[in-house]
Write a protein of this length. Structure first.
Length: 439
């Protein structure tokens, strides 16, 4: 293996040996030792069960269109680890990953600080953002919020996109408990852009916001993204942005755009964005793996929905996307997910299914196949890329192959169909992120 592959193997080993261990003490100690790189830039901090990645991508795209140098941190990646850490839309160069991980590893080991995979990746992002000098960060929460490694960044706006059931082993089974964990990102005096949430979850979030003194603006209520004859118009107190088009497909992206635009309106005192920047950013945003059409004959759709709410949103979009065409489902899921409910929403819309496994936490294909038996013809195939090839071979040129259930499966599909080609270009020094005037 080369130096980059060795470095990624080291990071992957941290996930295997430590996994998720939600607490802030290690991260706080590491950031202090490194001179607080997280304090070098203000941030939009984005939490939520679903939609937080798309919302973060929209925020980043608009801010870049307005000319700001942005640092975007998201997870997980689809094809390459470097996708998680981007400046001005470009991924962290592999040589930088190798050098900076080596530096951090030596320093942390000397101090006896042992980070998890996600903590190390978060530290790496903060270090690189400081080195290059980003003006503003867009930071996606990894899991939950209250004890997430990103919860030590310095936000100017917090976002909670949605509340649903996911990662229940860590966050709880009750929506009130899950909302409490997400609301843990709220900071005194930092405004919150809140997406549509169930009433019991909103009550918890608003109570926490009142406790810490975080003003709440509810997207869709206090601010609105309304549809006109040809485009969209966003209105919030003191803000009107019209002529908007969404570059990401799917009706559910309207809610995510509403949260992103609400956050931009709340943060306009620090980072004003002119109407043309808002229009251009929303229209050109790229976020792979969400209702992504990557091949035409057969039509291949990749969607990273990985919990019941996400699958429900996907299922609602399918009829308009596929029409009356025959659908072959390729499905994999993590073992801790509500997979029976997820399959229950998809199976009525498909003609055949192939089930497979991705990741060390993936559910066995035989178990998935048993869950489909009697409802739809199903075939278990252990290897994910072989399963994709099988799905393609079973689909006619006018059929549809739908790949969903896990972002890891979507990543495998991208890697197979693109033959390992990167989804984003590496970053290189080129001045600030865009040319649009801020005002």
């Amino acid at each position: 293996m080369g130096a980059y592959e060795d470095t990624i193997a080291y990071l992957a080993a941290l996930e295997v040996t430590v996994g998720w261990d939600l607490k802030l003490e290690r991260m706080r100690e590491a950031l202090a030792r490194r001179g607080h790189p997280e304090a070098a830039f203000p941030a939009f901090h984005v939490a939520g069960t679903n939609g937080k990645g798309s919302t973060a991508a929209m925020l980043d795209a608009v801010l870049r269109a307005a000319g700001y140098r942005t640092g975007l941190y998201t997870s997980p990646h689809l094809v390459d680890f470097a996708e998680r850490i981007r400046i001005d839309g470009g991924t962290i160069p592999r040589s930088t990953v190798v050098a900076l991980v080596a530096e951090l590893r030596a320093d942390l080991e000397a101090a006896g600080i042992a980070l998890t995979h996600f903590e190390f990746a978060t530290l790496l992002a903060c270090e690189w953002f400081r080195q290059v000098g980003v003006e503003v960060g867009v930071i996606e929460v990894g899991l939950g919020g209250r004890l997430d490694a990103t919860n030590l960044v310095r936000p100017i706006v917090s976002c909670i996109t949605s509340i649903g059931h996911d990662h229940e082993a860590y966050l709880g089974h009750d929506l009130r408990d899950i909302a409490g964990e997400k609301a843990g990102i709220l900071k005194p005096g930092v405004p919150l852009a809140l997406g549509p949430t169930p009433p019991e979850a909103e009550t918890v979030i608003r109570r926490r916001a009142a406790e810490v003194g975080a003003p709440v603006t509810r997207a869709g209520i206090d601010s609105r993204l309304a549809e006109g004859p040809r485009d969209l118009t966003f209105r919030a107190p003191g803000v009107v942005w019209d002529g908007l088009q969404l570059g990401l497909p799917g009706g559910f992206q309207r809610d995510n755009a509403g949260v992103a635009l609400t956050a931009l309106a709340l943060g306009r005192g620090r980072f004003p964005c002119g109407p043309e920047a808002v229009r251009r950013g929303l229209a050109t945003v790229v976020w792979p793996g969400r209702l992504a059409c990557v091949r035409e004959h057969p039509l291949v759709l990749l969607d990273g929905a990985h919990n019941p709410e996400g699958i429900a949103a996907l299922a609602a979009e399918l009829p308009a996307l596929v029409g009356g065409r025959r659908v072959v489902l390729l499905f994999a899921v993590m073992a801790d997910k509500a997979w029976r409910e997820m399959l229950g929403r998809l199976v009525p819309q498909v003609a055949a299914a192939i089930v497979t496994r991705v990741g060390r936490r993936g559910l066995a294909p035989d178990v998935l196949a048993a869950g489909c038996a009697g409802h739809v013809p199903v075939e278990p195939i252990e290897d994910a890329r072989a399963a994709l090839r099988a799905a393609l071979s079973r689909a006619g040129p006018h059929d549809v192959v739908l790949v969903t259930g896990s972002l890891f499966l979507v990543g495998e599909a991208y890697a197979e169909l693109r033959e390992g080609a990167a989804l984003f270009e590496p970053w290189h020094e080129q001045g600030s992120g865009g040319t649009e005037a801020h005002l």
